[in-house]
Design a protein around this ligand. Sequence first.
Ligand code: PEP
Ligand code: MN
Length: 448
Amino acid sequence: MTVNAELHAGGNTWRSLPAAQQPDWPDQEALRDVIAELESYPPLVFAGECDQLRHRLGAVARGEAFLLQGGDCAEAFDAVGADQIRNKLKTLLQMGAVLTYAGSVPVVKVGRIAGQYSKPRSKPTETRDGVTLPTYRGDSVNGFAFTPEARTPDPQRLKRMYNASASTLNLVRAFTTGGYADLRQVHAWNQDFVKSSPSGQRYEALAREIDRAMNFMNACGVDPEEFKTVEFFSSHEALVLDYESALTRVDSRTGDLYDVSGHMVWIGERTRQLDGAHIEFASKIRNPIGVKLGPTTTPEDALTLIERLDPEREPGRLTFITRMGADKIRDKLPTLVEKVTASGAQVVWISDPMHGNTFEAASGHKTRRFDDVLDEVKGFFEVHKSLGTHPGGIHVELTGDDVTECVGGGDEIFVDDLHQRYETACDPRLNRSQSLDLAFLVAEMYRD
Ligand code: PEP
Ligand code: MN
């Protein structure tokens, strides 16, 4: 079989199944041209890097590492400037350093970045002042502006998604390997946060401990290569299957299929139907796969997902991202974890404390309370502690900028502040200080 025939045999089996949340492209011929063009583009990531991430996640599954996954709810084509990318990365690296110290285990760092352009929506249309238009489905599909032109799905946007992902990844690779991400530098940023922000002062003791550890190593003359660069991976929701399968290639080393649009891809809460196209697509690729599990997930669903996506029971292959809500996590998680553990599967369990805790403020802003986010993570840790399983990590929506989208936090944002810098194209993100707050508080939990 030629490479292309293999690809079309394996990478396109999803086409005969129902695919939820796909754009209603008005021009199928234009879509076919775009797919053909995307198929000719070079990979954004290498298969070997995806394998490396799967190995790292294997360590998480065995309880020997922690996963930090975070970034925007939706990336936007007009927000790929160097400052925004750098601030996001800086925030994730700072969180990673705190968690590494507190947990005394490696922290696997994965961005919701360089590909997070497509959004599942709860309603297909939106009505304002009597006008009804298609809902915004992410920059890969249509525009955010409430006009018929912007809201009409345009497949040319899939090429912009590829280009925006490529330039973002290029900058991420430069920042993480070019000296900017040196651990001593990251530690200095954390010290700055602790010194200069009112919320940071609560973490002075932990920051001082880290400082002493750094000074000790320095005094011993330790200057390892590992301090100078950072391993950082990209991830996004594999939602628009025409895009994902156009970026799926046969690995020349092994003959296996990889979705080379990102290192890890996940299937969302709205597209994880067991007999649907998304799970079928994910079952054919070798990338590490995440699946979001909301409060309606039954243990049978979880076990079938394992059968479909991780039949070999390979630690690191499958990550379950639970997003139950702070009020449900302590109820819903224990049975799932128990049944999965009893089945012999070694999945990674991580907590997405954002998506089960969204509400609309009186001002009309979609928001989340920092305390609910924290409480869901706490519940997640409690459940794993009581079952003797590993709370493998967190999956958060954040930005490195000082936005006002979630309420609460040490430098408290009030409902009345939300309008000041509400910039998200989709869900509310933790801002820089709320993200660092969360990292220090999770670090304290990890040590308890
Ligand atoms: C998301 O991660 O932005 C998202 C839509 O999550 P979920 O599928 O869990 O609702
Ligand atoms: Mn979201």
